[in-house]
Ligand binder design. Structure first.
Ligand code: SF4
Length: 209
């Protein structure tokens, strides 16, 4: 992780980090941007979030938007129709259950419509500065397995295995480091092992030449 920290210096940040910087770490905007980001390119997520937040900046104002309008604003993010419904339902729940605020516990976050562990962990880390969460997406899952840190079949298993096997001081940073690495070097297809700063420490499990 120390070597990765040096290696990612100067690389482009993942979309949620950019949104976090731009929106002064507003928990609501981080929650919605993370909801939009699944199976979507970073640049598309960033542009869609910016359009949506320009139209509505709070759970109350976003809950008042009709679903077709949300669809139009977030298009072309992946699964934009389903995500538009989730955004609306999530905003309704925030208003009805949490007085228009984003809750601060995993239990309450994962009870919101459309919010899974990945989104909830990222909100805990980025918005609420938690150091007790690891956010595992496909990049973290893939790279942790290639490096031999874990031997798991799903992101959910990877998250639990990483809690057991890694030093807590790195937990909140793992997503930022590994997503940046996964987008630039340890890509899903054709990872750039020849240019990799941590190649000496990597058994390249599951990587075929
Ligand atoms: S050596 Fe290859 S598989 Fe291992 S971390 Fe680097 S790019 Fe990924």
């Amino acid at each position: 992780m120390r070597r990765l920290r040096t290696a990612i210096d100067g690389m482009e940040l993942p979309a949620i980090e950019k949104i976090s910087d731009a929106q002064a770490e507003d928990p609501f905007q981080i929650l919605i941007a993370t909801l939009l980001s699944a199976r979507t390119q970073d640049a598309t997520t960033h542009a869609a979030s910016t359009r949506l937040f320009r139209r509505a900046r709070t759970p109350r104002s976003m809950a008042a938007l009709p679903v077709p309008e949300i669809e139009k604003l977030i298009y072309p993010v992946g699964f934009y129709r389903t995500k538009a419904k989730h955004v609306k339902a999530c905003c309704d729940a925030l208003v009805a259950r949490h007085r228009g605020r984003v809750p601060r516990t995993m239990e309450e976050l994962v009870a919101l419509p459309g919010v899974g562990r990945k989104t909830a962990n990222l909100v805990m880390i980025v918005a609420f500065k938690s150091e007790a969460n690891i956010c595992v997406d496909t990049h973290v899952h893939r790279i942790a397995n290639r490096l031999g840190w874990v031997k798991t079949d799903s992101p959910q298993e990877t998250e639990q295995a990483l809690y057991r096997r890694t030093d807590p001081r790195w937990w909140s940073l793992m997503n930022l480091y590994l997503v940046t690495w996964g987008q630039n070097v340890c890509r899903p297809l054709r990872p750039r092992c020849g240019d990799c700063a941590i190649a000496h420490d990597c058994p390249r499990i599951g990587v075929h030449p």
